[in-house]
Ligand binder design. Structure first.
Ligand SMILES: C[S@@+](CC[C@H](N)C(=O)[O-])C[C@H]1O[C@@H](n2cnc3c(N)ncnc32)[C@H](O)[C@@H]1O
Length: 307
């Protein structure tokens, strides 16, 4: 059985990254950002190298951490002007190894996305994204572009997966356990991706999501969202980092088709835990997950800021 490993502290983000930016249009949710870096690190070549193309790069802290984790080059694209200014000021590297550009990845073609980066990007390319993934009703969605993932949380997933596929890249995608994970895996499988590793991090609902839980609760009712109700917070979920590789000819259909059910089973098992180490994942019995699973049991952030 692939092991469940646990990490009890921030490994990739620095103390400076854990300080709220204090800018109204810069996303700050360190657990989300940290998980995105783990996912990228799972996909980088052993020994380092290659390029990470980070779609929706936010504060830029993740991009800088991905370079520290071994990427030879990281280029982040974000549609927020204030976000981009922050990232360039604080996380672009003078040697050009970490760069950022303004762009809407749902509009740009893969070629246009690459053209936003100065210079050549060394291969292999890994595409990563921690997109806005909260299912929200339309009126609430307009208020929070940095977290609004449309009706099912996957509004941005199609564009992200499409870019990765067109670039022949492995893909790190972060979603919530309420962002219709079954459908996410189906979209990945349709595009020829299979899950290689899963990283989970329990997180209480953010204040805004807690005020607008309708869509999430409706999805839970339909069996398409997994919430965590037996943990320390009244309403929590799991951030789910999916490190995905392009499927090879030797992957069987069953391996690909089975992974949606197996991911849902994993989330339901995690949701039976009472502690943030997600101890239920160690319980004997039941089918073991087919991938290595990492649990991030992180100290709570000093603040959370979504815009
Ligand atoms: C959930 S935040 C994640 C930020 C960063 N990846 C992190 O993990 O800290 C999503 C980011 O995507 C950006 N974004 C949303 N839609 C986008 C789009 N269509 N194109 C580019 N960026 C987008 C937002 O401005 C926001 O900074």
């Amino acid at each position: 059985m692939p092991p469940v490993s646990r990490v009890g502290e921030y490994t990739h983000l620095t103390a400076r990254d854990l300080t709220p930016p204090g800018e109204p249009e810069v996303f700050f949710e360190p657990a989300d950002t940290e998980i995105g870096v783990w996912v990228a690190a799972d996909l980088l070549p052993p020994g380092g190298g290659g390029t990470v193309l980070d779609l929706g790069s936010g504060s830029g802290a993740a991009a800088a951490a991905m370079a520290r984790a071994g990427a030879a080059r990281v280029h982040g694209v974000d549609s927020g002007r204030q976000t981009l200014r922050w990232a360039e000021r604080h996380h672009a590297s003078p040697d050009g190894r970490v760069t950022f550009a303004l762009g809407d990845y749902s509009v740009l073609s893969p070629r246009e996305l690459l053209a936003t980066a100065p210079g050549e990007l060394p291969g292999p390319i890994v595409v990563t994204s921690n997109p806005a993934y909260v299912p929200l009703p339309p009126e609430a969605a307009r208020e929070r572009p940095s977290i609004s993932g449309g009706a099912d949380g996957l509004k941005w997933a199609g564009a992200i997966i499409g870019h990765a596929r067109a670039l022949g890249a492995d893909l790190g995608l972060t979603i919530g356990s309420y962002s219709t994970p079954r459908r996410a895996v189906a979209l990945l499988a349709e595009a020829g991706y299979r899950i290689a590793t899963v990283t989970l991090c329990p997180l209480p609902f953010g204040a805004f999501t807690l005020r607008h839980p309708e869509r999430v609760l409706a999805l839970e009712e339909r069996g398409e969202a997994v919430l965590w109700r037996s943990g320390p917070d009244p309403l929590a979920y799991f951030v789910v980092g999916l490190a995905c590789r392009r499927a090879t000819d030797t992957d069987t259909d069953t391996e690909q088709a089975g992974s949606a059910k197996e991911l849902m089973d994993l989330l339901h098992t995690a949701a039976r835990s009472t502690g943030t180490r997600l101890e239920s994942l160690d319980a004997p019995g039941g089918a073991p997950p087919p991938w290595p699973v990492r649990v991030l049991d992180l100290p709570p952030a000093v603040a959370r800021h979504h815009w």
